[in-house]
Write a protein that binds this ligand. Structure first.
Ligand SMILES: [Zn+2]
Length: 228
């Protein structure tokens, strides 16, 4: 059996070990400072099948449609709820990003424009996705502790071992039927842990636009990697 190669990144702030497969197919193990090489090795071996599946996953590793770190400038566009809107730098006194059929970013924030735009997205994601998750959870009978909007580079949504559910803030860029798909997908895992026939029949019953949503995600997966 071929050895899996991986990098270990230790941090004193970290309390748990996570294993991620990056886009360039490097496997990174993030671990608390005092984790030994042997412990890391054992965890990697335990997760071997999962890692191999991730490494084989095709769509995650498609080429980027946009170069990384593209500039936010006048005339450029950004997605919100599935539609593209222009980004403009404007003179305002409020100092806030405004949205009126387009993004108006205060010129004063030019240097940190990505961050203010991200804050704006984050706030909209909380306003729109979290109540929707509550509602859909209620309909499905999926009992989760808390729903959160998180920074997550490779996934749209995830369930945690503590019965929480996390959604990537970039999901707010997607159309509502896609947001709904991702929400129900994560919540359906509370009823059925794996992608079994039962899982997909729950999905189909609750998300009529499921196939369309999956297609959108395949097509626009690179949205996950954009900085804003
Ligand atoms: Zn799933």
């Amino acid at each position: 059996m071929k050895e899996l190669s991986y990098q270990t990144v230790r941090s004193p702030r970290r309390k748990t070990v996570t294993i991620t497969v990056e886009r360039d197919r490097t496997v990174i193990v993030r671990a608390p400072q005092d984790t030994t090489d042997e412990e890391v090795q054992r965890l990697v071996v335990g997760k071997r099948q999962w890692i191999i599946e991730k490494l084989r996953h095709p769509q995650k590793y498609r080429n980027r449609l946009h170069p990384p770190g593209k500039e936010v400038v006048n005339g450029e566009a950004a997605l919100y709820l599935g539609c593209e809107y222009r980004i403009e730098l404007v003179e305002t006194s409020s100092g806030e990003v405004e949205f009126a059929q387009g993004f108006k970013v205060p010129r004063a924030h030019q240097a940190k424009r990505r961050r203010v735009l991200k804050d704006w997205y984050m706030a909209r994601a909380k306003e729109i996705i979290l109540p929707r998750a509550q509602q859909r959870g209620h309909e499905l009978g999926a009992r989760f502790k808390a729903a959160k909007i998180v920074e997550n580079w490779y996934r749209w949504g995830s369930c945690t071992v503590r019965d929480n559910v996390n959604f990537n803030w970039r999901l707010i860029k997607a159309p509502m039927f896609v947001i709904d798909y991702v929400i129900v997908h994560e919540l359906a895992h509370f009823l059925e842990a794996n992608h079994t026939a039962r899982f997909w029949s729950i999905m189909r019953a609750h998300v009529p636009a499921m196939d369309k949503a999956k297609d959108w995600l395949k097509e626009h997966g690179q949205v996950l990697e954009e900085e804003v």
